[in-house]
Ligand binder design. Structure first.
Ligand SMILES: [Zn+2]
Length: 71
């Protein structure tokens, strides 16, 4: 599993591996899990290629990064 952090204020999508400590455990007022709130959200994918496809399709206006900690 992979997670993608869609962050609207940072204009950035960051991909994480499943057990990265940066992954959001609980939704906040502005950041969703499985949905985007005001500041974006965290989305789970079965593979890196699925995450990349979603990025290309929906978020290509944002930057794309891989997490420096877990990759
Ligand atoms: Zn990470």
């Amino acid at each position: 599993m992979f997670w993608m952090n869609v962050d609207f204020p940072e204009k950035c999508c960051t991909v994480h591996k499943q057990y990265c400590s940066f992954i959001l455990q609980n939704e906040t007022d502005k950041k969703g899990i499985g949905q985007n709130l005001e500041d974006g959200g965290w989305h789970q994918f079965a593979s890196l290629s699925e995450a990349n496809e979603k990025y290309e399709k929906s978020y290509s206006q944002l930057k794309y990064k891989k997490c420096k900690k877990c990759f």
